[in-house]
Design a protein around this ligand. Structure first.
Ligand SMILES: [Cu+2]
Length: 173
């Protein structure tokens, strides 16, 4: 009976562990509101803001602003530095006042407000996007990484399935 109780505790613990793992996994993609509650405007130091966070692939940047006053241009590094835009240096334009930008690549993203004087006044943001932490070690070798992650996923699924099953069987004693 003593053994049974320990087993039961262990099973309960491992199920909780699995559930928390699943929740953590699904919550990994973050939505960052640029400037936090201050939003996208001339009053915020966006260098300071971006240093507070680690941005990963799958995360979303949300720009909130008064659409009559501002806009969001994704630009090249040159346009970010000079605050001068042209067809070649503008990668994307947003102007809804509530723009969500999906960070889909490992690279540095550059954003400015293209209203005259705003970029020079400090409305510019650069964001360094990294591989998501659990995928990082496999990134330099794409071919190996895909088969590795497949194996990992299969193993995860197998483990997740077998645990509750095993616990259920054991607890029937
Ligand atoms: Cu502006």
């Amino acid at each position: 009976m003593e053994d049974h109780n320990i087993l039961r505790k262990y099973c309960r613990f491992s199920i909780i562990l699995i559930i928390s793992f699943l929740i953590l996994k699904s919550a990994r993609a973050e939505n960052y509101s640029v400037g936090d509650e201050d939003g996208w405007n001339s009053e915020v130091d966006y260098d300071k803001w971006s240093q507070k966070y680690n941005f990963n692939i799958g995360d979303i940047l949300e720009f909130k602003y008064v659409k009559e006053n501002h806009n969001v241009y994704e630009v090249t590094q040159a346009a970010y530095s000079s605050c001068e835009t042209s067809n070649e240096t503008v990668l994307a334009k947003y102007d809804t006042g509530d723009d969500k930008v999906n960070l889909t690549e490992v690279k540095k993203y550059w954003f400015i407000c293209n209203v005259t004087g705003h970029c020079l006044g400090g409305m510019r943001l650069s964001v360094d996007v990294n591989q998501a932490p659990s995928e990082a070690p496999t990134s330099p070798l794409p071919q190996v990484s895909s088969s590795n992650s497949c194996r990992t996923h299969a193993f995860e699924r197998w483990t997740l399935g077998i645990y509750p099953l095993a616990c259920g069987v054991l607890l029937k004693f």
